[in-house]
Design a protein around this ligand. Sequence first.
Ligand code: TEU
Length: 531
Amino acid sequence: MNADYIKWRDNMSFKNKVVYQIYPMSFMDSNNDGMGDIRGIIGKLDYLENLGVDMLWITPVYSSPKFDNGYDIADYYNIDPQFGTMEDFDELIEKAKEKNIGIIMDIVANHTSTHHDWFKKALLGDKKYQDFYVFRDKAFVEKHPINSIFGGDAWEYVEELNLYYLHNFDKTQADLDWDNEEVREEVYKMLNFWLNKGVKGFRFDVIDMISKEFDKLSMSNGPKLHEYIKEMNKKSFGNFETLTVGETWSADTEHAKLYSNPDGSEFSMVFTFEHIMYTMNKWETTIDKQKLKGIFEKYQKELFGKGWNSLFFNNHDLPRLISRYGEEEYREITGKQWAMILHSMAGTPFIYQGEEIGMTNRAWTREEMRDVEAINYYNEAIKTHEESYVMDKVRKISRDNARTPMQWDDSDYGGFSKENPWIIVNENYKDINVKKALEDKDSLFYTYKKLIKLRKEEEILVEGDFNLIDLGEDFFAYKRTYKGQELILVSNLTKEEKTLDFVAKGELFMSNYEKEEKNYRSYETRIYLSK
Ligand code: TEU
């Protein structure tokens, strides 16, 4: 691990950074083909610089048949023509760099598309490439029944080979066999290709699934997991100044500490999902704010000095923050509430496109749905449930809620495109859009901008410890201390006005209400800071 990396890491380089996640298909369409693209991102760099973010996580833009919107990669070394060209991508890296913004690539290496050359060669009987994947015979499959995360059987039969291949997601996404050293070397070679191009980090898709234990029918957290991540670090990003984050749905605090070990041998941090999904069935999960307090306390305290947290409520797989945790009737108030709660904790915040202007879920019909996972869920659930029940779940949980086009202004299609987009624009774009948010100096946009700036100015936000303050069920409150300074956040979790005897030490530093009053109004959230 070279000295530059150690120096970069130790001078808290990623610790005070804020990352903005872009879903290119839905961000900005520069050539009016109805799908967002890389030149669309380049055209919005001024907006992102104004917001103040340090890095852009770009979800996959590689060559892909897009059955799973790019998470089914057919060629890791090429940009998909619908997103643009390699020259466009090089220009994005360059133009972003001029604004001190780093680019984070999304690496999907647990599986490839079945359109990838490796898989095509495997289908043609090439043993070398069959060993790149998990091909098994009937006997093995019958002994190891596995369900796909997208529903249905995870084994797909190939008649011409009389073999089955494993796909933990869609059948067009075949799992790679990381126990095959050649596969791992191919991945490291690909990572170094993008690092030498100047990308500043990686987000690793379902990285907790690269080591599997078939005898236990376990598809994640296998015996080789951390060994492979350490090897990958040594042979690629560990030799560069990078921010790396692993997507690990199965991780708990113990695993999170291993992944984000301060010795820098694995990742900078991981996305853990206990605060998102505390039941194994995402469609049945309801938000429990009391549980949420305990989960945040656990991760803040257990990783303090022993690892590093990522901080997020939204991404391209999750319903919109305000619709899920807040209340649309109090859109700006609850948007600011949860932004303040999240960004005042220790960790690296991730903002998902549209979160900063308060975009919401929408009322989907079956015809308007686009997401393979939600469509599979619908097709399965409709067999045993009323349409109204199933569509209620889809409207609350579906990934499509995160994927409606970015709402830039009140012109057609929200200014995303001049052509009818690949997915419907949320009807509320005339009221909720960037143009309006920028004009209103008190809008949610400026709350995010202020929180991002504070992370660079107030070390307590980066280095402070964390302790919950128990003010009863109606409040979420915590204290951070650092070098004798205190930051106290108090948030009314209810719509009702609440009295509170608790008096916080320090000056009122930030609030989602203009003036401070004795009582806490609906969802009122205050941050006090003692100098
Ligand atoms: O997501 C992993 C994953 O499991 C989630 O897709 C998911 O929504 C699931 O419902 C959680 O229960 C990653 C990517 O983020 C996602 O977009 C891809 O579809 C998936 O992997 C496959 O690459």
